[in-house]
Ligand binder design. Structure first.
Ligand code: ZN
Length: 223
C-alpha cells in the first residue's frame, strides 16, 4: 500500500468488466464507447487476451481479481500467461490509487476440487480478516477504511444464486457492515433479464453487478 497525500476526487469514471467477452467493447470502437475513464476494474472470469485488448486500447490503470473460471492462457508464441498483463491483482490487497482506497477478494464459493479461485465460507472469512490491519491503517492515515471493494462473487443473499457455485460470501456482508466501503463491484452472477436486480444498497455500500460491463460514475460526497 502506497501512502500518498493525494486527495480523493468527488467522481471517478470507471469501466468495470466481468464474465463475458462483450463484442461492443472488444472492437475498434472501444474508445468511443467508453470515453475518458480513470481506471479499469475486472471482476474476473474473463480471458486475458480480452483484458489485454481493453487495457492496451484505453491505456489507463487496471485493477483486477480472478474469477473461478480463470486459467493460464496459452499464447500464439507458445508462452503461457498466468496473469492478465498490465494490471494490479487486488486479491487480499489494499491499494491507494489517485486518492481512492481499493481492495479486492477473488474467487467463488467452492463447488469442486479445482485448486484455484474457489473458497469455502470459512476460507473467505480468513481472507477477509486478513484485510483488517490494512483497513485500520487506512482509517488512521486517511480517515476512512475503504472506498471500493472489488470481488468476483456477490455477498451472501444479494445478487447471488442458491446453487453451490453461486452462493455469495457471508464475509463480504461483514466487511461492508464494519468498514462501510462506498462501492462493492462484483460479477460471477450472469444477468439474463432486465428484471434482475443488479444494484443494491447495503448499509453505506452500493453493490453493483457489473456483468458483462458497466461504465460507472463512482461518486463521493466528501473529499
Ligand atoms: Zn464466476
Amino acid at each position: 500500500m502506497a501512502l500518498s497525500s493525494s486527495k480523493r476526487r468527488s467522481r471517478y469514471r470507471v469501466l468495470a468488466v466481468s464474465d463475458k467477452v462483450e463484442p461492443r467493447i472488444y472492437g475498434p470502437h472501444i474508445r468511443h464507447i467508453v470515453g475518458d475513464i480513470h481506471f479499469i476494474a475486472s471482476c474476473g472470469d474473463l480471458p486475458y487476451y480480452y483484458l489485454d485488448y481493453i487495457v492496451s486500447s484505453l491505456d489507463v490503470p487496471f485493477f483486477y481479481v480472478h474469477g473461478n473460471h480463470d486459467r493460464p492462457e496459452h499464447r500464439a508464441d507458445k508462452s503461457i500467461l498466468y496473469e492478465p498483463r498490465g494490471g494490479v491483482n487486488l486479491h487480499k490487497t489494499i491499494r491507494h490509487f489517485d486518492g481512492l482506497l481499493l481492495a479486492g477478494l477473488e474467487g467463488s464459493h467452492r463447488y469442486n476440487n479445482n485448486p484455484r479461485y474457489q473458497y469455502t465460507q470459512s476460507e473467505m472469512w480468513m481472507l477477509a480478516l486478513s484485510l483488517i490491519p490494512g483497513l485500520l491503517l487506512n482509517r488512521i492515515v486517511y480517515g476512512r477504511y475503504l472506498d471500493v471493494l472489488i470481488t468476483h462473487s456477490p455477498p451472501y443473499g444479494i445478487h447471488d444464486g442458491r446453487d453451490r457455485p453461486h452462493i455469495g460470501f457471508r464475509a463480504l456482508l461483514a466487511l461492508m457492515r464494519w468498514f462501510r466501503p462506498s462501492y462493492l463491484l462484483h460479477g460471477h452472477q450472469h444477468v439474463y433479464s432486465t428484471k434482475e436486480i443488479t444494484q443494491t444498497r447495503y448499509f453505506d455500500t452500493e453493490i453493483i453487478n457489473v456483468y458483462p460491463y458497466r461504465i460507472l460514475d463512482l461518486v463521493f460526497s466528501e473529499p
